[in-house]
Design a protein around this ligand. Sequence first.
Ligand SMILES: [Zn+2]
Ligand SMILES: [Zn+2]
Length: 361
Amino acid sequence: MNEPTKSFLRSAYKEYYFRGAGAIEFPAEIGRREFGYIPFGGGMVRHLSFKNEGEAVAEILRQSPSSVYCSNARYERPASPIDEKGWLGAELIFDIDATDVPTPCKRGHDLWYCEKCYASGKLPRPAKCSKCGGPTAEFHGTCEACLDAAREHTMKVVGFLTEDFGVEREAIRVYFSGNRGYHLHVYDGRFEQLDQLGRGEIAEYVRGSSLPLSQSIASTLRRRPQTGAVGAGWARRIARYTEERREDYGGTLQKLVSEAITSQRALVDSSVTTDIHRVFRLAGTLHGTTGMSKTRVTSMDRFDPQEDPFVLTAKAVNVAVSFYPQFRARHRDFGPYKSVTVELPTFAAVQILTKGLGEVV
Ligand SMILES: [Zn+2]
Ligand SMILES: [Zn+2]
């Protein structure tokens, strides 16, 4: 990333923060949170703390960094090294990323490219470019089908939390991550003190990966009367699903049980939920590789990921693009580009520039 590109990105982000600082959403007890940021072209700065919102906003404006993070944990001394912070508790968080949800469209928009000659092809990525022998990288695209799938899994997590864990719907805040998925923050005191193990169990529960083998679930179901779903949680979910379909189902009960699990599980990233010392993108701030904002979703039905998170301006900028596959931004199609200079609106240019696949000219 050259200097003109860095300075363009910094001022595009700064322009947003001047205008949109009010959209930044701070968690309770700011003074007990660890903050961090990544400057454009630089490494992560962690272990920062701020007394209040004003102090944090001033620093975000001053730095206009590529990413801003805040801990879900509260600490006695948030600016100290990890083992001296004094962990006080943390909100429960789920991360649902389109990357982790298998969708058939990925074959079309996920690819490898050569970092030297920009040849590209379908995954899996070869170790070396088939044309010039140069180093290769993967490009993961996003499409509406991917985001719909992520949205569906997010709704499933909400379902598990409210139905199986008795969490009030108002205690769950859903955010678009600013890239390819959703974050769920759960403000329910019962989870605050949970350690990694306990959080891991919840993540595995919603993923449906801690269940007995479908064969043994099926044999339990066979021993039960056909009607009247009993039990709670997954037992009730599976019984309800199989009972509704069993009569007309052609396959075995074991297969139907597997289907009941696959169709109801929520593919959250367990490693995110279990990490109790992590920092997360601060709501209302911009994503470092898309320029989209991490946006609070108040209605999953009305939220439009092709519009709502695009908060940068449409001001035109000339970009020399090395390589970039076709993409959609604000319902407009761009690309594909290869070794070409194009005039783009800022909100689209930033997608390319932040990934190091183009420079401002
Ligand atoms: Zn090559
Ligand atoms: Zn897709």
